[in-house]
Design a protein around this ligand. Structure first.
Ligand code: NIG
Ligand code: FE
Length: 405
């Protein structure tokens, strides 16, 4: 077994339940290999030391803030091209829906993604992943959904898997073939869904997919079409998630909750009925302030009602070329507070413990013995500082699976 590493004299936001921030003012984290083996007050370390083996390394963090590694629970990181020209169109008055209905939007990115080589897709996604990682992200979810043909969807998921092999980063993949209607199925959405659900078994057999998602909206798919995707996911024992109630209320959250969804995401138009269904199913609400901001949305997600119902809230970048080209999860902390009125602590739990839960992961998102040794040393004394400042990167050291890069 690896000798322990001691990370001493840190201000720890452990996000353990039951106390604000899970705060430890002068704390120590002990790691062995890729696991945390002890977290507590530095003063308690002496008692422990006699029972403990000689450390391999000891770091004095001199009061710096340490938090769990950040988890970005909703991204579309693998795609070709960009949509900067579409941004200009929107600034001149065209709406996101109008551009999508005219064949632009997601479908423009589908064309660019299909035209890109595997190597180009990997290089561009790796560049984006490194930007997120430089701000302390250690786990990221990546959706397909810009291939929209069997081989192209598989290629994008394979690129996501390759990122995890080549970078110090954990990747969870989500199949989002039901993202938009590809041009070859124009006018035949049910035929497309018929085809797309047959791809899932192969993706699962090839180890390419951890969860299944769909875009249930007026420019996406109907609840009935979404449910057919969920039926196949359930048959294959894959957990589901949903892009729900982003542009309109389709009652998608209640549908997803009936299938035990890990999360429902966006949720600007979520109804009280949807909230109750999510609460009963233990589904996480993934809020995406980057998309709300960038689409200049004016309908806020019902944060106060989600809070009152005890629905856990996560915050993610939703990084994608159309509705949220954001590459800073730290900035999302600020946006979640200023735009959505989350408290700084809620926003932080949203990029750590609740984000992990949105991915079905119980082994990260907090600092506690037995969990993965993924954590960040920040140039700050308290996590509220990171929700307050914006446009800066205070990440000092990033430890992934017990190791610094
Ligand atoms: O999460 N809502 C659908 N999907 C993405 C946007 C995709 C795009 O515009 O390319 C989202 O916002
Ligand atoms: Fe999304």
């Amino acid at each position: 077994m690896t000798a322990p590493h001691l990370w001493r004299h840190a201000r720890l936001a452990t996000f353990a339940p039951g106390s604000p921030w899970g705060w430890i003012e002068d704390g120590t984290v002990i790691t062995e290999g890729d696991r945390i083996t002890w977290v507590g007050a530095d003063a308690d370390l002496l008692a422990l030391a006699s029972a403990h083996r000689q450390p391999a390394a000891e770091f004095d963090l001199q009061g710096a803030l340490v938090t769990p590694g950040l988890v970005d629970a909703h991204t579309h990181l693998v795609y070709g091209g960009d949509r900067a020209a579409e941004f200009e169109q929107r600034l001149q008055g065209a709406t996101y829906e109008e551009i999508a209905r005219a064949g632009g939007g997601i479908r423009a990115t589908v064309a660019a993604t299909r035209a890109a080589s595997d190597e180009q897709l990997f290089a561009s996604a790796a560049k984006r992943a490194r930007i997120l990682m430089a701000e302390g992200v250690t786990t990221i979810e990546i959706k397909s959904g810009y291939g929209l043909a069997e081989a192209h969807e598989a290629r994008c998921l394979a690129v996501a898997r390759r990122l995890a092999r080549e970078l110090p980063l954990e990747v969870r993949t989500t199949s989002l073939a039901a993202h938009a209607l590809p041009p070859e199925y124009a006018g035949r959405p049910d035929d497309y869904i018929d085809a797309a659900i047959t791809w899932l078994a192969g993706q699962r057999a090839a180890g390419l997919v951890d969860a299944v998602d769909a875009f249930c909206d007026t420019i996406g798919f109907t609840p009935a079409q979404t449910e057919r995707v969920f039926v196949e996911a359930r048959r294959l024992n894959l957990p589901v998630k949903l892009h729900a109630e982003q542009l309109s209320d389709q009652d998608g959250a209640a549908l997803a909750a009936r299938y035990g969804a890990l999360s429902c995401d966006h949720l600007e138009h979520l109804s009280p009925r949807g909230i109750a269904a999510m609460q009963a199913a233990g589904t996480v609400a993934v809020l995406l302030p980057g998309a709300y901001y960038f689409l200049r949305d004016t309908t806020l997600p019902p944060v106060a009602a989600l809070r009152a119902a005890g629905v856990p809230m996560a915050i993610a970048t939703d990084h994608n070329p159309g509705s949220s080209p954001a590459l800073s999860l730290v900035l999302m902390l600020n946006m979640a507070c200023t735009l959505f009125r989350l408290t700084p602590e809620e926003a932080w739990r949203g990029v750590t413990v609740h984000a992990a839960r949105a991915l079905g992961l119980a082994d990260r998102g907090r600092l506690a013995a037995g969990l993965r040794a993924d954590f960040v040393v920040w140039d700050a004394e308290h996590p509220r500082e990171l929700a307050y400042r914006f446009g800066h990167n205070p990440c000092r050291r990033r430890v992934f699976a017990g190791a610094e890069e």
